[in-house]
Structure formats: structure tokens, C-alpha cells
Ligand binder design. Structure first.
Ligand SMILES: C[S@@+](CC[C@H](N)C(=O)[O-])C[C@H]1O[C@@H](n2cnc3c(N)ncnc32)[C@H](O)[C@@H]1O
Length: 327
């Protein structure tokens, strides 16, 4: 055999979650497929393996507190052999429009909605969302990873649109204190010899700051992270933790109709929320179930420790680990 064609053995530090044949068979049997309308009880904490367009008419009305929409972006992308093509913006908008009202039927009047996209899909998202929801903010997530372009700016940010079903100022949940970011203090001013707005502990000078709409503290899952799977657009658990902590309470129902590798469901379970999630691809849906089983044993969320979000690559002694860990 030509040594150049031999595949490299996986790194011993590669923690990517995979499925054995036996796991795939056993998880597939635990997936739900709906043929008729289902009660909230039947759906609670389940992963549905089905086309969301088929499922939406079978769901109850007004049972969701928080909706996470992470649909395929308007890009060429292959999800386990199924390829989504880039289309003109108006076609992407028509596609959003064809399911948006049915998904909104599931919302409680106090619900919040987050919609993920990039600069190309955002125009269509805003056009559709503004018809039905109150758009409250746009979060810009610096993705860090991205392919350099010879004749354009490297594309390494994404948008997350924050919307609510109600346009009234107090008819939605927002827990600002639950999503504070712990930042290093670069200029540690003192007043009367005492730290001004900052603290000092064994991790250095830091300040807890209000979460802004510019997120630079997130790492895209990669092979050495225990949450990583082979899903091509997996969101970081830390990102979902921010959304769920800000916009839901323990016990609330979180719905994700484009669940992929299950990040929303996993974070919901780790943070004591209920969930319903839909994914049309069986392998991804099985990966979501495996991640849920792992989360039942390890509820830590990388980058969220002691009820605080830590900056990217901060080092910290965790409560349960004597070694320093990267957050
Ligand atoms: C952007 S990814 C979501 C990634 C996910 N947030 C995660 O962290 O893994 C979109 C997912 O939607 C799934 N999908 C696309 N169209 C769908 C449909 N009509 N019904 C159900 N799932 C669908 C794709 O297979 C893909 O896994």
C-alpha cells in the first residue's frame, strides 16, 4: 500500500462523539415519529426523526416558551448526503415563509424566539420575522473559524436574531443576571485604595459585565472538545446556554425544529428545561440521543462555570477538577 494513502490514526486527544453500529440501532429505536396529533406529555424531552414540515401540523398550540431556529443557511451545505443549495434571497424567504406561521402556532404569548443566520440569510429572516414577531436585537457571534477569501473579507460572523411573540415591554422573559460575562480587567483603577467595579481572586483581576449583543467568547466545537460530533454546523453548547438562561426558566419548554446534533436539547437537559426537537436525518438524531445520555452523566458546559460565562480560552480551576482547564 502506498504510505501516502494510509489514513492517519485518530489523535488520542480526539474526543469527537461517534456512534457504533449497536448504538445507532438502539438509539434509532428510541426516536419518535408522529403520524397523528401528539400531546405535550408525549413530546416532552423527545427527539423526533422526521421532516419538520410534516410534524408541525401535529403539534399542540401554545406550549412553547422558547423557540430556537437554526435552519440550513442560504449556502451550499451537505448534511449527511442531503445537499442544500444557495438560492436567490427571495426563494430562501419563500421557504422560510412556508413554515414560519405553523411553527409560531406552537408559541405561548410570552415566548421568545432566536433565529440563526449569516449576513446573506439575514435579510430574508428579518423580512419574515418582522411580519409575525417583535424583533428586539441582533446578536453578532464572532465565529473565529472561517475560510479566507482572495477577493472578499473573510466571513467569520453569524447573526442570531432575538424576537418575542409579544411586542409589550414586560411580556417576555429576560434574565440579564444569568448571562453575565466574566472579563479580565486590563486597567485596574482603584478608588480610595480599593478596586473600582472589579474583584481580585486567585484567577486575577476581573469584572462581571452585562452580556452584550457582540459575542466573542465562543469557540466552534472542534475535535478535542467533548461536545464535538461530525455534524457540519454544530453550535457550541455555551452559545445555547446563553440563550436558554436569558430567555427561559427552569422547567420551561424549549422547541428546536432543526435540531442537528442536538445542542439545544442537550443544553436544555443540562439546565433543567424541557425540550422537543426535530431532525430529519437519522444519524444526527441518534447523535443527539447519545449526547443526551452523556449529558445525564456530565452536566458541565464548557465555558460556563460557577454560574458565570468565562472569556474564550480563560484558564480556571474548576470545582470538580484539580487540573487547570481551558474554558
Ligand atoms: C444548521 S443545522 C442545525 C445544527 C444544530 N443547531 C446543532 O447544534 O447541531 C440544520 C439541521 O436541520 C436539519 N433539517 C433541514 N431541513 C429539515 C427539515 N425539513 N426537517 C427537519 N430537519 C431538517 C438538517 O439535517 C440539519 O441537521
Amino acid at each position: 500500500m502506498n504510505p501516502n494513502t494510509q489514513s492517519k490514526p485518530p489523535s488520542p486527544h480526539n474526543r469527537t462523539i461517534t456512534l457504533s453500529h449497536a448504538e445507532r440501532t438502539s438509539y434509532a429505536a428510541q426516536l419518535l415519529t408522529l403520524k397523528r396529533p401528539a400531546s405535550v406529555k408525549r413530546l416532552t424531552n423527545r427527539i423526533l426523526r422526521q421532516d419538520m414540515l410534516e410534524v408541525l401540523p401535529l403539534l399542540p398550540s401554545a406550549f412553547v416558551d422558547l423557540l430556537i431556529l437554526d435552519p440550513p443557511y442560504n449556502l451550499r451545505k451537505t448534511f449527511n448526503g442531503r445537499t442544500f443549495k444557495e438560492t436567490p434571497s427571495h426563494e430562501y424567504q419563500e421557504w422560510l415563509e412556508c413554515w414560519f406561521p405553523s411553527v409560531l402556532r406552537t408559541l405561548k404569548p410570552t415566548a421568545s424566539v432566536y433565529i440563526c443566520g449569516d449576513w446573506k440569510s439575514s435579510a430574508a429572516i428579518v423580512a419574515v420575522a418582522s411580519k409575525y414577531l417583535c424583533i428586539r436585537n441582533r446578536i453578532t457571534w464572532e465565529r473565529e473559524k472561517g475560510r479566507a477569501a482572495a477577493r472578499n473579507w473573510k466571513n467569520c460572523s453569524e447573526d442570531i436574531w432575538f424576537c418575542t411573540a409579544s411586542d409589550k415591554p414586560h411580556e417576555y422573559t429576560f434574565n440579564a443576571d444569568a448571562v453575565k460575562l466574566r472579563r479580565r480587567v486590563l486597567a485596574p483603577y482603584k478608588e480610595n485604595g480599593r478596586p473600582k467595579d472589579w474583584q481580585n481572586d486567585e484567577h486575577g483581576n476581573h469584572r462581571l459585565t452585562a452580556a452584550s449583543n457582540l459575542w466573542t467568547d465562543l469557540t466552534v466545537p472542534f475535535w478535542s472538545m467533548p461536545e464535538n460530533t461530525a455534524h457540519p454546523t454544530q453550535k457550541p453548547e455555551k452559545l445555547l446556554a446563553k440563550l436558554l438562561l436569558a430567555s427561559s426558566h427552569a422547567g420551561n419548554m424549549v422547541f428546536d425544529p432543526f435540531c442537528g446534533s442536538g445542542t439545544t436539547a442537550v443544553v436544555a437537559q443540562k439546565l433543567g428545561r424541557r425540550f422537543v426537537a426535530i431532525e430529519q436525518d437519522e444519524e444526527y438524531a441518534c447523535l443527539a440521543l447519545k449526547r443526551l445520555a452523556l449529558a445525564a452523566k456530565e452536566a458541565r458546559i464548557q465555558g460556563y462555570e460557577d454560574e458565570v460565562f468565562w472569556e474564550r480560552n480563560a484558564q480556571h480551576h474548576t470545582r470538580n477538577h484539580t487540573q487547570q482547564s481551558h474554558l
